[in-house]
Design a protein around this ligand. Sequence first.
Ligand code: 13P
Length: 266
Amino acid sequence: MSKKYVIANFKMNKLDAEVGNYVDELKEKVKDMDLEIILSVPFVSIKTAVWHAQGTNISIAGQNLNENDFGAFTGEINAEMLCAVGANAVLVGHSERRNHFKETDVVINKKIMKGLRSGLLSVLCVGETLFDKKNNLTTQVLQKQITESLNSIYANELSHIVIAYEPVWAIGTGVIASKEEISNAIKTIRSLLVDLYDEKIASEVKVIYGGSINEKNVKDISSISNIDGVLVGGASLDVDKFYKIACAFNTEKKTKKKTKSEQKSK
Ligand code: 13P
């Protein structure tokens, strides 16, 4: 069974020293876990986070990237810059970027291409607004976002893309999508991938969920059969809560192994 993704999105939170301390605490707790653990930290703390996470099972991501190469783009950071400081992943098309910074699917597509071609894992965020949901537009919205964002992306590049279904109405609201809504959205995303690529590719792409995940509701969400992990905002800011969320996705096999070695050491 392939590894699940447990991804933190710190958004615009935590000072550099706090990020370092967080990684130090987390790495001890998760060291035996068989998961893809990724922390998306503010740009200015990527280097610190990478340094503290060296030799661990934690990867560091940017929360955005500019779609251009080097040049006159004041205040922006490109894919090569992220790679140069040790990030190996990046969030792309988060709804806060779409909403506050007017990112379109066309721009998001360019960002994914730049990320992929620099070797970054791209976590593509998609999801409908409350208005879309109320008007039964979820499938239509996902179709547009996925089709346009993945335009000209080759099938063999999809292993470097994780799709995060993050309904906008569930982000930071405490209103989590139901298991059925999540499972249906994941099915919709996979069937769109079948249309764009093929069955095999569609079944291999990782699809995760984000929106008001916390240490209490994660157990229930982790039981959704077609979910490949979670993208966590608010609850990821607390290392203990994030650890508990990771525990819910840690594979059984590893837990059993740990129990055996624990028994030996007694
Ligand atoms: P919350 O977990 O705070 O709802 O945020 C989700 C999110 O936006 C992760 O990218």
